[in-house]
Design a binder for this molecule. Sequence first.
Ligand SMILES: [Zn+2]
Length: 361
Amino acid sequence: MIKFLDNKLFRYLSVFLFLNSSILPIKASSALAAWAINTKGVLELRTKSNTNLKAYFQKANQISGDRFWVDFPGELKNPRTIKGNGPIKEIRLGKPDKGKTRLVIEFKEETYLEPLTWQMVGLDQNRWRIKLFNPKYSFKKIGEGLVEKKKGNIKANQNLIYKKKNNYGYLKLPEVKRNKFEVVIDPGHGGPDPGAIGIGGIRETDVVLEVSKIVKKLLSEKGVKARLTRSNDVDLDLPPRVSIANNTDADIFVSIHANASRGKRRDINGLETFYYRGWRGRLLAKRIQKQILRVSPGSPDRGVKQGRFYVIKNTRMPAVLVEIGFLTGRLDARRLEKLTHRKRLAYAIAKGILEYLDKVG
Ligand SMILES: [Zn+2]
């Protein structure tokens, strides 16, 4: 069914599709399981079975280009932006309201679309297709997850999402002056000291080492010299961690840890960042805390705090200690055991560091 709504501001083309009126509970996960825009300009969607979709088109205005969007029931976990190509500027996945998911396709200026001819076609209970444009030149397929697979599990698709580096769009790393800065990253614990042990035996030493290595790689790509205090599972006392930073005159020191709550309470989750002194340390902590929260929706913000940890107290440069979540917490542990989430955290930490260097360095 195609319906037109006209008003002075916008022109909408609405495609309402009601296959079944089953309504998901507000807390349900997103009904969008996978999507792709193929080389022929066709948007393909895979949803949960019997999902109600609502699709809209809006002509370009001063703020944005032509936009086509589809609303799905169920709440999206990680809002994100994916870069387009050809006539597509970008694709945004967001949650316009609690319990909703919105897929927005924004076109570049001066694309000649014919939304009046558009038709959303339901292929079966959970697959949809709509032709959006005819590519003039070769168009590179964009998508997340497998649209073909009929019974998919959403988890597997979410893992796919973060495999491609480009898809970290919403965490785009800022540029800083190359070959100017030196950063020491300190993965907590190691060797006989595994740090916190969480749900299912997940070990702090492993989680923070992996995150730290990715942070190092990301910083190196931006021309920041990054050094790890340990690069494998070895025993390293606290004083040598500090002297690595002090002896190399590093600009900043970032120690990465994961938390455990007393009594291993599963209801305690959250992220926090500590500094010991100075406005620089505090600013660095704030920047990192803000970014790690962005990739950990729903996990409590335990704040930026002063702490007297040895490694941040005895380093001479601005120093922080980041706690990336509770390995004993139900919400955090489930995420921290996934490489995709560790990568996201590493991106977030690297982003906080680069923002700080850009501002203060
Ligand atoms: Zn620790």
